[in-house]
Design a protein. Structure first.
Ligand SMILES: [Zn+2]
Length: 318
């Protein structure tokens, strides 16, 4: 885009600019919108159907080979295995370099960028985590085939603690809850040793979007840091599917007034996941599922720390 002196050159007239922002302001004189400028002078096409890549932002435009995950899936399906392997390997290796990633991408990270999901990599390379390790990633998690819950959690001295500020507390069937003031999250188990100090923050999709937006982001990250300082593991549990969360612009129950895009929200999510290994994001299908999953996480001890919860949920293990 720019030469070694960091000058940005307008492809339409050759004029030079100090910043990209100045260029973007300038191209109006050619009656071009930013989208049109890049699509005209730097055309990029979907590898599957050959259509021009949709422009959302410059970084996305130059790093995307497909306009949809369906097209990506179709292209991979029609490719030789060696070609698919080469493409998928480069995708992850490039991402690691560009984003300076340390940990093997989680299912939430994989499903929110234009890559195949973890299960595809797992099959293609005969093991997702060993493959990531070969690319230089550090593994936070490992693959498990089941999550078992223990009997000791049924003892009468134990309960689930619910934060006083929790607006719509969940009722756990046949399980005792106590209202307490929690320093982070909304739910925790009364005996922290049994769950490796697990805290769960429950959020509706609208809350989740608001928390990850500009005005609340810093406060949210401070909460995450507070959890780290108290050696807690924090799970941000969203009561809606990841598929819905990715297309919240089209959901009637999410206010149309929300200016922020899913791309922006999930950029922040991915940033937090890589920066804070003691947190996980988990998207489940509604309130009933939240109840079930919270109990399963608490009653299975410290297992949740070693597994990718979204992947386990997608695989119906959680
Ligand atoms: Zn120009």
């Amino acid at each position: 885009m720019s030469d070694s002196n960091n000058k940005v050159v307008c492809k339409a007239c050759g004029k030079e600019f100090e910043t990209e922002r100045q260029l973007h302001a300038h191209i109006k004189v050619h009656s071009l919108r930013v989208v049109e400028y890049y699509q005209k002078y730097y055309p990029r096409h979907d590898l599957h159907d050959g259509k021009i890549i949709k422009y959302k932002n410059k970084e996305q435009y130059f790093s995307t080979d497909f306009n949809s995950k369906t097209n990506l899936r179709m292209w991979l399906k029609n490719s030789e295995e060696s070609e698919a392997k080469k493409y998928c390997k480069n995708l992850l290796a490039d991402r690691k370099d560009k984003k300076n990633l340390k940990y093997s991408p989680t299912q939430v990270e994989m499903r929110t960028v234009m890559t195949p999901p973890m299960q595809y990599y797992d099959e293609l390379f005969n093991g997702y985590y060993s493959f990531c390790e070969s690319l230089g990633f550090e593994n936070k998690y490992q693959k498990v085939s089941e999550i078992t819950t223990g009997k000791e959690y049924e003892k009468t001295q134990y309960s689930i603690h619910v934060d006083t500020r929790e607006q719509m507390p969940l009722n756990f069937d046949n399980y005792k809850t106590e209202i307490k003031t929690l320093s982070v999250g909304d739910y925790t188990f009364s005996e922290p040793k049994l769950t490796c100090n697990c805290y769960i923050e429950r959020k509706s999709l609208a809350d989740f979007i608001s928390t990850l937006s500009v005005k609340n982001f810093e406060r949210f990250e401070r909460e995450i840091e507070r959890a780290r300082d108290m050696n807690a593991n924090l799970i941000i549990l969203v009561e809606d599917t990841l598929t819905n969360a990715l297309s919240f612009k089209y959901l009637p129950h999410i206010s149309k007034k929300i200016k922020v895009t899913p791309e922006y929200i999930f950029h922040n999510v991915r940033y937090l996941i890589q920066k804070h290994p003691h947190i996980q994001f988990l998207f489940v299908n509604g309130r009933q599922e939240s109840k079930r999953v919270i109990q399963k996480i608490f009653f299975s001890g410290c297992v949740y720390k070693k597994i990718d919860l979204q992947y386990a949920y997608d695989q119906k293990i959680l």
